[in-house]
Design a protein around this ligand. Sequence first.
Ligand code: SAM
Length: 179
Amino acid sequence: MIYVLRLGHRKGRDLRISTHCGLVARAFGADAIIYTGDYDKKMMESVKDVADRWGGNFKVFYEKQWKKFLSSFEGKIIHLTMYGLPVDAVINNIREIRGDKVIVIGGEKVPAELYKMADYNIAIGKQPHSEVAALAVFLDKLFKGDELNKDFENAKIKVIPQEKGKKVVEVNRYKSKQS
Ligand code: SAM
């Protein structure tokens, strides 16, 4: 299993970015996201709703005590941070890890102790950018881009790629909604 742990969600202020962390985690091949910080039912429901309609087995969890969770996590802790080792130097080692992994992405402030708790501190470039971008690039490198071609099981709707325009079909009924 590949989990994403999103640290320090702030209800209201982080609605869009935390939702995007969940959507990117799912679309780029992780199995679940765990939110920490403020409990935000509405935000988590919006991620679950996408997962329900677009398929797959993606799960959404909330964890109040991130430190306790990571201390008892039976797998490798991978922290994405601009201060870590370059992703291309370590990605082959990460790919060979058997067992569970948790990819930790920060919010506004990242607690110093996380750098020690992590098995790997990994940088996606040496510039500050975003948890959403860092997660997408990391997962894409981990899966060598294959995750983008994956079909999600039990999807209720799916996109039929078009050169122009938008086409989404209801999977079981093949009823199309076009624009
Ligand atoms: N000031 C924060 C800190 O103490 O690291 C960084 C805040 S940044 C807006 C939020 C998150 O984006 C970080 O915790 C990290 O997970 C991710 N991030 C931003 N730039 C990154 C980079 N170059 N490489 C890896 N992750 C990055």
